[in-house]
Design a binder for this molecule. Structure first.
Ligand code: F3S
Length: 240
């Protein structure tokens, strides 16, 4: 696949949005300006929130062992995992789009689809700060009845989604273009130069100009897998 084609395919959503803006400007200029204003507002909000979320995600990936996530949110976590996901979502903060990178990290670490659905849904519609406002504006009775009905629905949606969507299907998104990812490599754009990989697997990685490079890609053992998993920037790909 040519580079230009790959860039277009990887950014198709962005290109569609840009074209929509251009058409809007041509057809309805005031509406085009209003759309840009709204987008800038959300863009500024994202600039404030996303670095914090990315940091939390990196810490989660680096410091929370896979077995902990598998045990507490994995397919065998049962009702405890569902309740834990529900509580995580309920006591979350920030807009829903901030939940997506966190959910990807949890999925990579072994969380189940149903628990991810529960976490996302509670984050979106029943988190505690939202409930407090709802009770204030629409009455406590309204809030309680809606909370109960929504919560029951969330558990059901989690269960049903897990029957239709398999974890591996979602994870394939992060393993696309396998011809490239099979080769052990460090994405220099993502590498933050923390040196953890060179410390954990010195026979495979070394640091050069404050970036990690692969010096030997012949090894493929458990220690290397752990190192790949622990890279806080998820800059290492291949040997999955
Ligand atoms: Fe870079 Fe990750 Fe290694 S951030 S230095 S590739 S651990």
């Amino acid at each position: 696949m040519s580079n230009a084609k790959r860039i277009v395919l990887n950014n198709k959503l962005l290109i569609i949005v840009a074209l929509t803006y251009i058409i809007l400007f041509i057809v309805k200029t005031p509406m085009g300006f209003a759309a840009i204003k709204n987008s800038l507002y959300y863009f500024k909000e994202m600039l404030i929130i996303m670095p914090v979320i990315m940091l939390l995600t990196a810490l989660l990936e680096a410091w929370v062992p896979k077995r902990v996530i598998e045990k507490s949110l994995g397919a065998d976590s049962g009702i405890k995992g569902s309740i834990f996901s529900f509580l995580l979502g309920s006591f979350s903060a920030g807009p829903i789009y901030a939940a997506f990178p966190v959910c990807v990290s949890l999925l990579k670490k072994g969380a189940s689809i149903s628990n991810i659905v529960i976490l996302l849904s509670t984050w979106a519609v029943v988190k505690v700060p939202m409930l407090a406002n709802e009770a204030k504006f629409l009455s406590p009775k309204f809030m309680i009845v809606r909370w109960i009905l929504t919560s029951v629905s969330i558990f059901m949606i989690g269960f049903i989604t897990s029957k239709f969507v398999k974890r591996d299907e979602v994870m394939k998104l992060y393993q696309k273009d396998n011809s490239e990812t099979k080769k052990l490599q460090v994405n220099a754009d993502y590498c933050i130069g923390c040196g953890l990989c060179a410390k954990l697997s010195p026979e495979v990685f070394e640091m050069k100009d404050r970036k990690a490079i692969v010096k030997n890609d012949q090894l493929n053992d458990e220690a290397l897998k752990q190192t790949i998993e622990r890279c806080p920037a998820k800059a290492i790909t291949g040997k999955d």
